[in-house]
Write a protein that binds this ligand. Structure first.
Ligand code: SIN
Ligand code: MN
Length: 273
């Protein structure tokens, strides 16, 4: 799974890149089953929505569940990350964001690196987000929205707020960009929402301005984001955040090929189930 020169150029120019249908729908089903299993356990890594008490974010499943440990090592996700960052990488953060059907959760305009610089004292922005669409992204279900090219303008916010919603993680609301700082940029660069089939990947820069609107559709929108960091860019903060938020194992990941199949699909033809 190597990126072409054109794909790398497009990522560098726009700050994001969509790779359609990298995982098959049946592979995604296997991952969704694993997510349901993992979300059945209570822990600080599991965030529930305030109003409906439904899963809103599940962190660090790759530390607890085999399928996700394998996912972050598949060449399909890992190799593009290594190529863009130009060397060894490890998982800095892993999360699955769930927007419930007809839900009201939205994600304010923000830049990820702002959070990681403030909370973790990360020296530079040599990271990449690899998002995997666990549901088709449509214009209706609160897809990711980017301001193309905005990763080149630098960090637009130096401090954060401390709302109660940030108790277990750093809520994007607390680093939300202010209208006066982004209006001219959006006028100039426009906005692009990602609409793509289930199993597609969206690579995006930690500096690109992004957010997402509420899910107006009658089905949930589940988005997995594996953030890879360069192994030479370790956090410097004296008191690191918990390892479900910021990976503390910076051993370089090695690609390991894997197709995700249900156990029953692996049984030889003719065998009884
Ligand atoms: C994010 O910015 O980290 C996620 C956005 C989303 O879930 O739509
Ligand atoms: Mn973000």
């Amino acid at each position: 799974m190597q990126l072409t020169v054109d794909q790398i150029g497009s990522y560098e120019e726009s700050g994001f890149l969509v790779l359609e249908s990298v995982l098959s729908p049946s592979e995604v089903d296997v991952l969704l089953e694993a997510m349901v299993r993992d979300s059945g356990n209570d822990g600080p890594y599991r965030l529930m929505s305030d109003d409906s008490n439904e899963l809103s974010t599940l962190y660090a499943s790759h530390q607890r569940v085999g399928e996700f440990a394998e996912l972050v090592r598949t060449p399909r996700l890992l190799c593009p990350a290594q190529t863009i960052l130009g060397g060894d990488v490890y998982v800095y953060q892993f999360k699955i964001n769930v927007k419930s059907a007809f839900g009201k959760e939205k994600v304010a305009w923000h830049q990820d690196y702002t959070a990681w610089k403030i909370a973790d004292e990360l020296p530079n922005s040599r990271l990449i987000n690899v998002a995997l669409l666990l549901d088709e992204a449509t214009e209706f279900n609160g897809p990711l929205i980017f301001v193309p090219g905005s990763h080149k303008v630098g960090n637009l916010r130096e401090n954060r707020d401390h709302s109660p919603s940030s108790a277990k993680h750093l809520d994007p609301e607390d680093i939300a960009l202010r209208p006066q700082n982004i209006t001219h940029l959006i006028d100039e660069c426009g906005m692009k929402s990602v609409q793509a089939p289930v199993g597609s990947l969206v690579l995006f820069s930690p500096e690109i301005i992004h957010g997402s609107a509420p899910n107006m559709s009658p089905a949930p929108r589940r988005l997995l984001i594996a953030t890879y960091n360069s192994c030479s860019n370790l956090p410097r903060v004296a008191e690191p955040r918990p390892s479900y938020l910021v990976g503390d194992d910076s051993t370089p990941l090695k690609p390991q090929d894997k197709e995700f199949e249900r156990l029953d699909e692996r049984l030889p033809v003719g065998s009884s189930k």
